[in-house]
Design a protein around this ligand. Structure first.
Ligand code: AOF
Ligand code: ZN
Length: 375
């Protein structure tokens, strides 16, 4: 059988469903599965929160007997390995599914093609690659960690009409309106970790959590590039470190603070700050904060598949210059900052080469343009 428009419609629905648990399945991908019998959905599921059970056994259980002779639509190749749960390919076979339509094949070396061959060997018809570009987008975090050993990186910038991202020495300045801010909260909820530089952490004193009612439990891990452990103990990040994890990325040699702050701290200053931060529940990771190419694999090893870089200008530049941004979300607001503005490292006219424009959305008076790295 060849791919029909029905197949694409059901796969689009499976991909939409898979997005429901993005950022909530730990290091497992959030997969969507529909069981369709005679054109009717008889079972549907997404990988459970925490990562298990996988999508297929849940959808099959809902379909029950109706799964016999049905078509299963799965956003990722069904697993073939005995991991923490039995192979999903075996479950599809056991329930008597006649056809399996897959969007993306699984790069996990334990699966990688074996899921498809198990199904075919059992006489099941398999079609793979359906709506693959959309499927890959929904699985971007998982695929990037599996194939590049680093998280998928989104850079989010909110820029004023005069090209500024804030005002010097003023802390948080409202640039976008409430609709755009709600959208950013949703983005945080589907992302594993969020990262800012120490400059932003000090001047804005941000919380970086998800406050949308119902999604509070899905705040990302908060990471600050803080070479010299300068994050104040009285900051909101430190004060909430027991509720939502905070990781400080400090230089391996914890270099003294620059000369601007007066006398550089002594080793014992640093030691006492380290002790106090750790006592407040902050985790300190020693890794060169200026080399994202070293930091990102370290984050991937901890199971972090997606990272949102939220500022400031220096941190954005650091990731852009390292070529380690996969997606740019550029919000442009009608607000004018004027005198003392901090210039945006990027605007719609100088998006680096290699990025394709993926779409424009309006949130109130603010315009979001999304760019995605091509490959
Ligand atoms: C599926 N359906 O819904 C998901 C899959 O640690 P385990 O045993 O849970 O296995 C993790 C691997 O399972 C993961 O790397 C990926 O290959 C697959 N995830 N597979 O059939 C699902 N979430
Ligand atoms: Zn599975």
């Amino acid at each position: 059988m060849s791919i029909s428009p029905h197949d694409e419609r059901f796969m689009a629905a499976a991909i939409r469903l898979s997005r429901a648990h993005l950022g909530r399945t730990a290091s497992n991908p959030s997969v969507g599965c529909l069981i369709v019998k005679d054109g009717v959905i008889v079972g549907q599921a997404v990988t459970a929160i925490g990562g298990r059970p996988h999508a297929e056994p849940q959808a099959l259980a809902e379909a029950g007997e109706r799964a016999r002779g049905a078509t299963a639509y799965v956003t990722l190749e069904p697993c073939s390995h005995h991991g923490k749960t039995p192979p999903c390919a075996e479950a599809l076979i056991a329930y008597g599914v006649a056809r399996v339509v897959i969007s993306v094949t699984d790069p996990d070396p334990r699966v990688s093609g074996r899921g498809i061959s198990m199904l075919r060997e059992a006489g099941i018809e398999v079609d793979a690659g359906v709506l693959e570009a959309d499927g890959r987008r929904a699985l971007a975090g998982y695929l990037t960690r599996q194939t590049k050993n680093r998280p998928y990186v989104t850079l989010k910038l909110a820029v004023s009409a005069d090209g500024m991202i804030g005002r010097q020495g003023e802390g948080q300045v409202a640039i976008t309106g409430p609709e755009a801010r709600a959208e950013v909260q949703a983005l945080r909820a589907e992302t594993d970790a969020i990262l800012v530089g120490i400059g932003t952490a000090i001047s804005d004193d941000p919380l970086l959590t998800v406050r949308t009612p119902g999604l509070e439990a899905y705040s990302p891990v908060r990471i600050v590039l803080d070479p010299a452990l300068a994050l104040p103990l009285t900051s909101k990040l430190v004060e909430t470190a027991r509720e939502v994890p905070v990781i400080l990325v400090a230089s391996e040699d914890v270099s003294p603070l620059g000369s601007e702050g007066g006398t550089p701290p002594t080793v014992s200053d640093i030691d006492s700050r380290r002790t106090a931060l750790e006592a407040a529940g902050v985790e300190i990771v020693y890794c060169n904060p200026y080399h994202p190419e070293v930091l990102l694999p370290a984050l991937a090893t901890r199971g972090i598949s997606s990272l949102l870089v939220e500022g400031g200008a220096k941190t954005a530049k650091l990731f852009l210059q390292a070529g380690l941004v996969d997606r740019i979300q550029l919000y442009q607001a009608p607000v004018v900052i004027g005198e003392g503005g901090i210039e945006s490292p990027l605007d719609a006219t100088d998006i680096p080469s290699g990025f394709a424009h993926r779409g424009t959305h309006m949130f109130g008076a603010d315009r979001l343009d999304e760019y995605e790295r091509e490959n």
